[in-house]
Design a protein around this ligand. Structure first.
Ligand SMILES: [Zn+2]
Length: 246
């Protein structure tokens, strides 16, 4: 897509991006949510939905998400990581098979594997796009994400990951609806960190050569994801800063 066209659309669909200072003392209890930082979406050549070649937006998202996760864990602030994971016999329409249970696609990316052993981190495998729904236990109806918010007394949720317009957006939308219905007390704010989010790239000229595939221009869809999240009531920030460790 022509960059002038994208610029024009961004102007017509404005996203107000602020900055979020997290300075410890006096800051709201903040939880970090990592959406699907798994090989199947982030690591070049790792599967049907992984980038085919090095992707700047995705690699910057990985780098910034890993940096933020490290800072949260150093402060012993709560971190919740979703891992897209599917049973091999249950496809997820309209997507091709991806992140199959037991394969490396469904595992955290190398830059975040240390989270598996970090006491500040809660990991949740989910078999659907929306992590809020994916947190519901099929047997007893409990929701591990809702419990995590409550048990950690989280007032501000910082959300990063992939894809901005798919799993990040659906999770943010559900979390905001749940908050508005009183399910997520004491949560007040949901903040999407734009530089630590990314989506996949499938330009029109390539999509047209593939069967049953629609185009997904990365820069525009990333922007639309942020625009939609903002419309649902999330705040969008392009900068997150930390004060000195207490
Ligand atoms: Zn999936």
């Amino acid at each position: 897509m022509m960059s002038q066209t994208i610029d024009l659309l961004k102007k017509e669909l404005p996203v107000e991006e602020g900055r979020l200072p997290l300075n410890g003392d006096g800051a709201k209890t903040t939880g970090l949510v990592l959406v699907d930082l798994v090989n199947g979406f982030c690591t070049v050549g790792a599967g049907n939905l992984a980038p085919k070649v090095a992707d700047k937006q995705i690699s910057e998202m990985v780098e910034e998400s890993a940096r933020i996760a490290r800072l949260f864990c150093e402060k012993k602030w709560p971190v919740f990581a979703f891992l897209d994971t599917h049973h091999p016999d249950i496809p997820e329409h309209p997507y091709p098979p991806h992140c199959i249970l037991g394969t490396d696609e469904a595992n955290l990316i190398p830059a975040l594997q240390w989270l598996e052993n970090d006491p500040s981190a809660t990991l949740r495998r989910k078999d659907c796009i929306d992590g809020f729904l994916g947190s519901i236990d099929k047997h007893d109806g409990s929701n591990v994400f809702v419990d995590w918010v409550r048990n950690n007394d989280i007032k501000l949720l910082l959300v990063v990951g992939i894809c901005t317009d798919i799993c990040v957006l659906d999770f943010v939308s559900s979390a905001l609806s749940a908050r508005n219905r009183g399910f997520l007390s004491p949560l007040e704010d949901v903040v999407v960190y734009s530089r630590a989010c990314a989506t996949y790239d499938l330009p029109l000229h390539i999509a047209e050569t593939l069967k049953d595939t629609i185009a997904h221009p990365q820069e525009l869809m990333h922007h639309i994801g942020l625009y939609m999240a903002q419309g649902r009531g999330a705040k969008v920030v392009s900068e997150v800063s930390f004060g000195a460790l207490p």
